[in-house]
Write a protein that binds this ligand. Sequence first.
Ligand code: GAP
Length: 432
Amino acid sequence: MLSDMDLLVSLCKRRGFIFQSSEIYGGMGSVWDYGPLGVELKNNVKQAWWRTYVYERSDIEGLDAAILMHPSTWVASGHVGSFADTLVDCKDCKKRFRLDRLQAKRCPECGGEVTEPRKFNLMFKVPIGAVEDFRNISYLRPETAQGIFVNFQNIITSMRRKVPFGIAQIGKAFRNEITTGNFIFRCREFEQMEIEYFVEPGTDEEWYKRWVEERFNWYIRLGIGKENLRLREHPKDELAHYAKACTDIEYKFPIGWSELEGIANRTDFDLKQHMNESGKDLAYFDDEKKAKYIPFVIEPSGGVDRTVLAFLVDAYREEPVRGEKRVYLALHKHLAPVKVAILPLLRNRDELVRLAKDIANTLRKRCKIMYDDTASIGRLYRRQDEIGTPYCVTVDVESLSDHKVTVRDRDTMEQKRVPVQELETYLLGQLL
Ligand code: GAP
């Protein structure tokens, strides 16, 4: 596990995981681009989550709602009225800070006097349509959840669902964050993985407990060290306006214990608010009990970027090997951006290159591979270790006569000769 975030920021840039947005223009604060390996890792995280909840369970449907929503959505949800930070400006250096970050009511950067606190809404305004008058103002969504609430009836009806059931969504969210920095921990543009799980009132506390436990264990199943995770229940005065209870899953990031995901009991707040604002009846009719009610909602809400960061931090390893430092990412095989690297030992032996390329072309149809012949084998292994590739396949001169290749395991560094004929089956078996 890693204790210095700068090491990771540097590895991520050097190895094509994550770049600062618009870097050639000096960068865009708290906005990040995922490079060739970053997009693979991020997609793998999202797929692992989607597989667990939408495919492996029978009680959850998927959704991909639009980022832009009717402006009334954000009035109903409470975001127009109360999604705000309290800020002050420094009268000397003109920088802006969150009130809760100040000590002794002075500027934390230059010590200058600060203005009276003011509320600052975190949503990005978007003028919709050609005429920029106030009726056409909406917002980039600050959470994906509202797209689920407004589609509750559509999904119940089209999918013939009965409560309890859930709706899962992964998508972008935007917040004009004031406290920036800390790499991809807090971004202005980020992704969320959210489930709104609809339950009968009275059963909500039991479901809430189940979801806290389920989400905690999901991270562990994908390799996060249990000792680096903890639960923190919100005290009453910290609860969001919509929540009856909320537990954060916290991870021990290099910046200290911080929120990775929140699981909230949102009660019937959102559905009721949308009923009032839209005038539509969003109550559920329970056929068996012949009862009508507004379901309560349990919401596990995680950030994709924060989850990627936690997996990277947790996977980071340094160890001495033959007098040198070996750096590797012990990522779970399902998450590793590249699954297999094909490394020909010589690049000027036609037969050997042909065999290596044949192997690469066969495997590339099954998983993400990388072909690399641009350095000595020691360096090639080091490169693959640093990006967390679970298996390296080396094609050497002997391979031409014994029709076997060497498969090296990232974590143990053990090497094994495997017949070329059996390679695909062997590797796919390991990667499952
Ligand atoms: N729908 C509930 C909701 O949005 P939240 O605690 O504000 O709750 C949920 O956000 C998760 O989204 C957080 O636990 C975090 O992982 C992620 N998240 C929130 N703001 C973020 C930001 N500015 N940058 C990166 N991730 C963020």
